[in-house]
Design a protein around this ligand. Structure first.
Ligand SMILES: Nc1nc2c(ncn2[C@@H]2O[C@H](COP(=O)(O)OP(=O)(O)OP(=O)(O)O)[C@@H](O)[C@H]2O)c(=O)[nH]1
Length: 624
């Protein structure tokens, strides 16, 4: 439509000029020359003739086949590139996600193992300590000096074996809290203070005893000692009665550094307890310290880290606990953190009742842009393929078509040789060119034949127009032209010319008495005698009816009178031979070149009149 509007705008009268075919119906502009398309069924020559006579076509702006191919290829390139990029992005995302799932599973298992390895050893050691006979007996009689001394040795023995070389022992009955650290500061006096049931900072101890859990791990600041550690708490029993609690503390910073803060951008590792409270995280500020004694709702839980997918995270935690899954079983799903999509992997660590959570930012770990070089190579290959296609199209189709069109225009202008100059081509285009050559030759031969015929006919018509049908002599028109030519020549050469006017005497009587046929015969006899009686370069004509003119050039008085007399005699003699006898009266005039033809004819006619008046069958010669 836009095409039609453009063409119509530029050439509003186009429809009126090209109304012999379906163009106006289809609203498709015909192509006059390069860049214009002829609608199907539109005859080229008709268009060509119409368009050749319509100069406005030269300003007609239409899109050539070549340009349209280029636009088509550009469009194909754009669409294909966009589609390729979309598909590529989807595939790349799929690869990254699939790869991310594997990474998440591996990372979760790896982090779980790294945490459990040191912890399990410490827990086992703490359990051994809680099971120590020496300590259990002492816990019953804490004031017994011998038992205390043995207990001190036992505690020191365990302290040296703990990773961070510290221990604590808290007795239930007295609340006495014993501790020595890696610096061995309190070896002689391990009693540090007494736990107070009314002090919130000591609530953990009384709560754990109340819950009766065999062991517990939590991150807890020790206000009295001024340290924050990952504490392993194990209940001490004697005769099925809880007598106290033993354990050790692991230095949090080094623990976070070794286990949690793996220094890999895009990967966040954290551990949460069974309630979802964050226990280990590279950012100490988000750790939920002393989770044990905090009521639900006040904890720094994993929900606070996420801004999408919290429910799913809880579901996975419940599922793992319900299935009593081990650390090797990993669940994964997508959640949102800091407004970005993260892949979450989670495993349950039943040994410590914690969960290991790994959050992977796939965009940071493996951006899809890493695949851009692949897309670039693909796009370049696509571009190359389209370029090759374009070059092939130009070579195989557009260039031969262009050459064919130019040859058509030349043939249309009459240069038939242009068809033979067309370069050879193969396939369909080659066959079209071959047919066009044959057609051009046929048109050329036909045109030449027609031109010869026309020339022949023109000559015949020309002869008919200037000659008398009955006698074969020039007619009045022919003689008039000769008179003008001779007069002009005589004027140029300063010569005179002679004009003889002959008229049959009483010709009417011949017709009336002997028939019209005899009359015609008499006219032909006169013509024959005139042809025979003049010089080769003189002219004779039937002026009309029974009147004849003879034009003599060059001519003088003598030639004029001799010729006039000779002709009169020849005609008179010839009339006796076949048919009725007849004579002619002759008026002759020697004309000067500058006398008008009208006056010359009038003078010759006057001379003829005199001959008639003088009794007919005579010559009257007039000279100026
Ligand atoms: N057979 C024949 N007769 C013609 C032709 N053209 C004219 N005529 C006749 O020629 C005659 C001419 O007569 P006029 O010139 O008037 O007179 P005329 O009988 O010749 O007498 P004068 O000229 O006075 O001697 C007419 O009767 C015409 O019909 C023709 O082509 N064939």
């Amino acid at each position: 439509m836009a095409w039609w509007l453009t063409c119509s705008k530029l050439y509003p009268n186009w429809k009126a000029r090209c109304k012999h075919h379906a163009c106006s119906k289809t609203k498709t502009p015909a192509r006059k020359r390069r860049g214009f398309l002829l609608p199907a069924g539109c005859r080229q020559n008709t268009h060509a003739s119409i368009m050749a006579s319509t100069p406005p076509y030269s300003g007609y702006v239409c899109v050539s086949l070549k340009t349209r191919f280029q636009l088509l290829i550009a469009a194909v390139l754009l669409i294909t590139s966009a589609a390729t990029w979309a598909v590529f992005e989807r595939i790349a995302e799929g690869i990254v996600e699939e790869w991310g799932l594997r990474i998440a599973e591996i990372q979760v298992r790896y982090d779980s193992a790294r945490l459990l390895q040191p912890l399990e050893r410490e827990i086992a050691l703490a359990m051994q300590m809680a099971d120590s006979t020496v300590l259990r007996r002492w816990s019953r009689n804490p004031r017994d000096a011998d038992l205390l001394a043995a207990a001190k040795d036992e505690m020191e023995s365990f302290r040296r074996n703990f990773r961070d070389q510290n221990y604590f022992v808290a007795l239930r009955e007295s609340g006495a809290y014993y501790h020595n650290n890696a610096a061995n500061e309190f070896v002689d006096e391990p009693y540090r203070y007494s736990l107070d049931p009314d002090d919130p900072d000591d609530a953990w101890f009384f709560l754990l005893i109340e819950q009766g859990k065999q062991f517990h791990i939590n991150i807890n600041p020790d206000v009295e000692l001024g340290v924050t550690k990952l504490w392993i708490d194990v209940l001490m029993h004697d005769d099925n009665e809880i007598t106290g609690m033993v354990g050790t503390g692991l230095e949090l910073d080094s623990f976070l550094e070794e286990i949690v803060d793996i220094g890999q951008p895009g990967i966040t590792t954290l551990f949460v307890d069974h309630s979802g409270a964050i226990q280990l995280h590279r950012d100490p500020d988000v750790i939920d310290y002393a989770s044990l004694v905090k009521p639900e709702g006040q904890k720094n839980s994993i929900d606070l880290l996420l801004d999408g997918g919290e429910v799913r995270m809880r579901q996975m935690m419940e599922q793992l606990r319900a299935e009593h899954a081990g650390p090797e079983q990993v669940l994964t799903d997508f959640v949102s953190m800091d407004g970005k999509r993260h892949l979450a992997g989670i495993a349950y660590l039943p040994a410590i009742d914690w969960f290991e959570v790994t959050l992977i930012d796939l965009d940071e770990l493996m951006p899809v842009s890493h695949f851009a070089s692949v897309a670039l190579v693909f796009s370049l290959m696509l571009l190359g393929a389209l370029l090759i296609m374009h070059i092939a199209l130009r070579r195989l189709l557009l260039n031969p078509l262009l050459a064919l069109e130019q040859a058509m225009l030349k043939v249309q202008a009459g240069n038939f040789e242009a068809a033979d100059e067309l370069p050879s081509s193969e396939g369909e285009i080659g066959r079209v060119i071959s047919h066009f050559r044959t057609m051009a030759r046929a048109i050329r031969d036909n045109t030449r034949h027609l031109e010869a015929k026309v020339h022949e006919r023109t000559m015949a018509l020309d002869r008919l127009a200037r000659h008398d049908d009955l006698t074969g002599l020039f007619n009045r028109r022919g003689m008039n032209e000769l008179l003008h030519e001779v007069q002009a020549r005589c004027l140029r050469d300063n010569q005179t010319y002679g004009l003889i006017w002959l008229d049959l005497d009483n010709f009417k009587d011949i017709n009336d008495n002997h028939g019209h046929g005899k009359g015609d015969l008499a006219l032909q006899t006169v013509a024959t005698q005139l042809r025979a009686g003049i010089r080769p370069y003189d002219h004779a004509a039937r002026w009309g009816g029974d009147e004849f003119l003879v034009l003599l050039n060059p001519c003088d008085r003598s030639t004029l009178s001799l010729t006039a007399e000779r002709l009169r005699e020849m005609i008179a003699d010839a009339s006796d031979q076949d048919g009725p006898a007849f004579t002619v009266s002759v008026g002759a005039y020697l004309a000067a070149a500058d006398t008008s033809l009208h006056d010359v004819l009038q003078a010759a006619d006057d001379a003829l009149y005199q001959a008639k008046e003088a009794g007919r069958n005579q010559c009257s010669i007039v000279t100026p």
